[in-house]
Design a protein around this ligand. Structure first.
Ligand code: CTP
Ligand code: CA
Length: 232
């Protein structure tokens, strides 16, 4: 865009985006994973680079890397946390688009787990899980009162007996204390792995802005428009 125009707020800024679903190992050949494709995070990275940002993508996914974007490859939530913390100090904007596993196996076997149980043991093995750190909450806390970097969270929500998508998203925004929460409507095969989705952009003290069903590239541009407004 023209210098000083509405799309220039990201120009020269360092943007750090996490993308994809974490993989939490059980043994050298198996992991617990999720259906996140990483497509939304990559679309955000491409759109930010088009707006002149320096973009670092911290990703579990193996999608084609958009032009002008640096890649840091990770697998687990703990690896993702380490890389995001290391990058946060030099970032102007952080986007947590990754689907971070809430739990990981408590034990990781160094050798492949075999199916042969002890003789006469009828029980299948069980997997004990432990909580992963909340990376987004940690980044918001570490920034303190400085309000820098600007932090964007994502939320994949379905409605349930406790409330609709917007009710859950509003509660999550209050819990996470990020500057912008992008709430995805999920379920029935929508969003995960698809090229389109419906999202609600939630900001503290503001009415939600609903986008879609729309292409993930268009959603990415709408997210950057909202971030640009808040940065200007
Ligand atoms: N997130 C994170 N670290 C985690 C879990 C989630 O940084 N251990 C981030 C995600 O990247 C996303 C946001 O938090 O930006 C919301 O993730 P979500 O799974 O919707 O929220 P949770 O707080 O995990 O709540 P729940 O899964 O119970 O709805
Ligand atoms: Ca979660």
């Amino acid at each position: 865009g023209v210098s000083g125009g509405p799309n220039d707020e990201l120009n020269g800024k360092h943007v750090v985006i996490s993308a994809g679903g974490t993989r939490e190992p059980l043994d050298p050949v198996r992991y617990l994973g999720n259906r996140s494709s990483g497509k939304q995070g990559y679309a955000l990275a491409a759109a930010a680079a088009r707006r002149g940002a320096r973009v670092t993508l911290v990703s579990t996914a193996s999608l084609p890397l958009p032009g002008g974007v640096d890649l840091v490859k990770v697998e687990t939530a703990l690896e993702l946390e380490r890389e995001m913390k290391a990058l946060a100090g030099g970032a102007d904007v952080i986007v947590m688009a990754a689907a971070v596993a809430d739990f990981r196996p408590a034990q990781v076997s160094a050798a492949k787990i075999k199916k042969g149980f002890a003789a006469g043991d009828p029980d299948a093995p069980t997997v004990e899980l432990v909580r992963n750190p909340d990376i987004l909450a940690g980044l918001v806390e570490a920034r303190g009162d400085s309000r820098t970097p600007y932090i964007v969270g994502f939320a994949a929500e379905t409605g349930d007996e406790h409330g609709d998508v917007l009710t859950h998203a509003r509660a999550k925004l209050e819990r996470k204390k990020c500057d912008l929460l992008v709430a995805n409507e999920v379920g029935d095969g929508v969003t995960f792995g698809q090229d389109t989705s419906t999202v609600h952009l939630m900001r503290p003290g503001q009415e939600p802005v609903t986008v879609g069903p729309a292409d993930k590239n268009l959603i990415a541009d709408t997210v950057w428009d909202a971030v640009g407004q808040d940065l200007s």
